[in-house]
Write a protein that binds this ligand. Structure first.
Ligand SMILES: C[S@@+](CC[C@H](N)C(=O)[O-])C[C@H]1O[C@@H](n2cnc3c(N)ncnc32)[C@H](O)[C@@H]1O
Length: 318
């Protein structure tokens, strides 16, 4: 489980020290409703509720995508990072946990309150790149010219814009990207629809897909199905309280796309959905160059079964 790092946790605790825990319950319920509807917040997110009830989940999803990137593009060692639609800077903290060689971070957001919070949390981080992070007020639809970075991450940011803009914004982010672009959205049909737009726009720019797609043919997934993944995270006490939750963990669903300028080490098929582990066999739903397929591996085929039994939703099946 990708728990938020101790220095970020401490910075969040200091920020929340003045808010009454009870006051976050209603704000968190309103925020959850916004996400359930699959839409954007229109800038109305409560910062405290976001830190307690959303940031741990977006952090875990971003880490999960970046860990996949590290495997599929092993020579990539970014020095510069653009956290586009940074909110409190979640993607920067996640990126530094995977790529400690990043030495320059830019937060970009059109919400001054979020940018100020990102700067305040980052100033309390142990990593020098966080302490020296640059904050830039700008709109994703009108990116300034001086925002180039090796790694560009736009996490849960396109949901705030009209769906028809997703491709155009992806193209602008791609221009700002010197090596790899990571776009993550909520794992809802609407979130995936934006990722599909991003995919088409980036392929038209000549980008190489790194994940989750293992091919650059047209996407075979048709509604009502949608391509999404899941990451489990532990809930802290105040997180459980804010969400009025009864279990100490949650499963964050996300859709994503990673594209690079150089080709990645991409092969096989992606496992869509949890494998069905039955008495006689284990069954996988796969997406690969030949489209969608199903594959089962019999338990009695010991060597093959041993190879696949630990594979999970989102892994590569080779
Ligand atoms: C749901 S938050 C995600 C924050 C963070 N990336 C994360 O994953 O936790 C969306 C962020 O995108 C920003 N955003 C939305 N539309 C934007 C736009 N057109 N230009 C710049 N930032 C935007 C919002 O202000 C907000 O901070």
């Amino acid at each position: 489980m990708n728990a938020i790092p101790p220095d970020l946790r401490a910075a969040i605790d200091r920020h929340l020290a003045d808010s009454l825990p009870g006051s976050l319950v209603g704000k968190t319920a309103r925020m959850s409703e916004i996400y359930r509807q699959g839409g954007g917040s229109g800038g109305a997110l409560d910062l405290g509720a976001y830190l307690v009830a959303r940031l741990p989940a977006t952090y875990a999803a971003i880490c999960s995508c970046l860990e996949e990137l590290a495997q599929r593009h092993p020579k990539f060692s970014p020095r510069t990072l653009l956290d586009a639609g940074s909110g409190p800077g979640t993607a920067a903290w996640a990126a530094l946990s995977v790529y400690s060689g990043i030495s320059a971070v830019t937060f970009l957001d059109n919400n001054q309150k979020f940018l100020k919070l990102a700067g305040s949390l980052a100033a309390q981080g142990e990593h020098l790149a966080l302490q020296g992070a640059r904050a830039m007020t700008a709109d994703l639809g009108e990116l300034p010219d001086d925002v180039a970075a090796d790694l560009v991450v736009a996490a849960y940011a396109l949901a705030e814009l009209p769906a028809s803009k997703a491709g155009e914004i992806a193209t602008a982010l791609w221009k700002a990207c010197e090596d790899t672009l990571v776009v993550i959205e909520p794992g809802t049909p609407q979130g995936f629809a934006r990722i599909r737009e991003v995919r088409s726009a980036l392929l038209a720019e000549g980008a190489h897909l790194i994940a989750p797609c293992t091919h650059e043919n047209s996407c075979p997934i048709q509604p009502p199905d949608w391509c999404h993944f899941s990451v489990r995270l532990a809930r802290r006490r105040e997180h459980m309280h804010a969400k009025q939750a009864t279990v100490p963990f949650e499963d964050e669903k996300f859709s994503y796309l990673i594209a690079s300028r150089p080709p990645g080490e991409v092969h096989g098929s992606r496992i869509l959905g949890p494998p069905a582990d039955g008495k006689a066999d284990i069954r996988f739903k796969l997406c690969g160059g030949d489209g969608l397929s199903r594959q089962s591996v019999a338990r009695r085929d010991k060597a093959a079964y041993k190879r696949v039994r630990k594979l999970r939703w989102g892994d590569l099946f080779e």
